[in-house]
Design a protein around this ligand. Structure first.
Ligand code: NAG
Length: 210
């Protein structure tokens, strides 16, 4: 009996989050973030990220982590290795800079979130589920990865992008740290991921409290 109760509770929770995601208002949207990022593609990636960070801090005061809190953290997931620099995160949205300094490839992950990536430099190859061919994308292109989708991804060395995610963000974390926990066992990286997400959530809490 209690198992059934737990199942019903779990179902209600999922449904509740789903309703919340579909009715709440959001701070950002994929178009706006893509438009900001597109202005700077082709610049050396660190310069481009500096510019994007500046614009975001100006447009969304209080919601973007301060420049001195920007840090590159390794991401190992789906068999690939990259690095991210988080600039905003809440329970339902995030913005980060992402990329890799080496050739790498693997599984994109299947998320309860829509993720869009604007490529700033390099080369992003995507192989969609159910197809037998892959496609290649370059700087200035924005790719949408809809929730529930899975692809194979390949990035060449020096591919960097601006990423915006919208959905139930805590649900994306287990994948993002999957290889960190079960493969690299780099618990210092895990700690840094949890710490920066915690800091971003705390900053959003402060914003909410005015
Ligand atoms: C994710 O994208 C789909 C369309 O691809 C849309 O129907 C859905 O509302 C989006 N989810 C959120 C949380 O914005």
């Amino acid at each position: 009996m209690s198992k059934i109760f737990m199942l019903v509770l779990f179902g209600a929770l999922i449904y509740g989050i789903h309703l919340w995601l579909n009715t709440k208002s959001y701070l950002f949207d994929d178009q706006t973030i893509a438009r900001i990022a597109e202005k700077y593609f082709g610049l050396p990636h660190q310069d481009a990220f500096d510019k994007v960070g500046e614009v975001l801090r100006e447009r969304y005061p209080g919601h973007i982590l301060p420049k001195e809190r920007e840090e590159w953290i390794f991401v190992n997931a789906g068999g690939w290795m990259g690095a991210m620099c988080l600039v905003h995160a809440s329970l339902t949205e995030y913005i980060l800079f992402f990329g890799t300094a080496v050739d790498t490839s693997g599984h994109s992950g299947r998320y309860w979130a829509n993720v869009s990536d604007t490529i700033m430099t390099g080369n992003f190859r995507q192989w969609k589920e159910g197809t037998t061919e892959s496609e290649e994308y370059g700087p200035g292109v924005t790719l949408l990865h809809a929730w529930g989708e899975a692809t194979s991804v390949q990035w060449t060395a020096g591919t960097w992008m601006v990423e915006y995610g919208r959905g139930f963000i805590p649900s994306t974390l287990p994948f993002a740290v999957s290889d960190t926990i079960f493969s690299t066992q780099d618990f210092y990286t895990l700690y840094r991921v949890v710490r920066i997400y915690g800091e971003a959530l705390f900053q959003e809490l402060l914003c909410a409290l005015g």
